[in-house]
Ligand binder design. Structure first.
Ligand code: ADP
Ligand code: MG
Length: 320
């Protein structure tokens, strides 16, 4: 995750929307909690066909008829499991219907029977540094002295070429010109990589760096609040700001907008005009922070042998 699959697919999708007027291009996000019925509903809604039939197989047949020979390109982003396309109603190897999918798993590609595979690689050292520098210098007040450049290069290397990590780490170090803080940041990363057994955990540790750099408890809690929304959910700004105010995490609408802007600026949230989104890895990281907080507190209560938990003390609780 975080390597740029969705970004690349979105680019292809936008190019097709622009250039290929005779092709109908559709985008559907799949995500981890997928099931055939929900995905079928999403595709039906996206392609704009009305199906009142309830039976899954009949719905699949109607959808298939609708898609065949209509010059359709369907993009399925973030596929986790082998999807039985025939059950879904998406025709495969049929004239006029093409499927583009992104997934973290090569196995999924094989099982679905993809004809062409493209591996999205992490950035090489030079590309990674260029991206880090670009994001770091977006702020007019940030200057790149020789010493900071050396530190920054070292920190960029620790991001393993992952654009998501490079963006968020570079953004969170903007304006920082204290040598000691840079030194400490690099040391933090070394500790992280020593302690963690696998890359996945390392990624979380790197992303958590930006979360820790927020240095403002309220901002942190607002960020954590966003993981209560389902994966890949559009979080409408107006709606979440009302919730943050109701939770006592923001005073008013202006503060709500400023909080969201700060989180988008450091890439902890992805921002579009009227809504924000949480990248799936960021959401997993936020959930990890929530659950370790919850476990720790539960342990503390247990040790102290205090009765039922005081839920009001928890910043945010998710119920599965
Ligand atoms: N080539 C790139 N250059 C700069 N930023 C990128 C690049 N590819 C992806 N990103 C950024 O990295 C983050 C993660 O990308 P995304 O496409 O969501 O990854 P994935 O789908 O593989 O998890 C996004 O914020 C995106 O804007
Ligand atoms: Mg993605």
């Amino acid at each position: 995750g975080g390597v740029g699959k969705t970004t690349l697919a979105k680019h292809i999708y936008n190019q097709m929307l622009k250039n290929e007027s005779h092709v109908n291009v559709y985008w559907v996000t799949v995500s981890q909690d997928f099931n055939i019925r929900k995905l079928q509903d999403d595709i039906i809604r996206t392609v704009g066909v009305t199906i009142s039939e309830e039976n899954e197989e009949k719905r699949a047949a109607i959808l298939r008829n609708h898609l065949v020979e209509k010059n359709v390109v369907l993009v399925l982003d973030d596929v986790w499991d082998n999807i039985r396309l025939e059950k879904l109603g998406v025709p495969l190897r049929v004239k006029g219907c093409k499927l583009i999918l992104t997934t973290r798993s090569l196995d999924v590609c094989h099982k679905i029977g993809c004809q062409k595979l493209f591996k999205v690689n992490v950035l090489d050292e030079e590309e990674a540094w260029n991206l880090f520098k670009e994001i770091f210098l977006q702020d007019d007040h940030t200057v790149l002295t020789d010493t900071i450049e050396n530190h920054a290069k070292e920190l960029a290397k620790k991001c393993g070429g992952l654009p998501l990590a490079l963006n968020t780490v570079a953004a969170s170090m903007r304006g920082e010109n204290d040598d000691h803080i840079w030194g400490n940041a690099i040391k933090n990363f070394q500790n992280a990589s020593l302690q963690m057994e696998d890359l996945e955990n390392n990624v979380f540790e790197i992303l958590k760096f930006s979360y820790n750099r927020l240095n403002d408890q309220r901002l942190k809690e607002c960020f954590l609040y966003c993981c209560l929304y389902p994966e890949d959910h559009r979080i409408w700004k107006d709606e979440i700001i009302m919730k943050l105010i109701a939770e006592g995490l923001c005073e008013d609408i202006d503060e709500g907008h400023s909080v969201l802007k700060k989180l988008v600026d450091v890439f902890l949230l992805e921002g579009v005009e009227e809504y924000v989104k949480m990248h799936d890895l960021m959401r997993e990281m936020a959930l990890k922070i929530q659950s370790s907080w919850l476990n720790l507190s539960a342990l503390k209560f247990q040790r102290r042998n205090i009765g039922p938990l005081n839920w009001r003390e928890f910043p945010c609780i998710q119920v599965h």
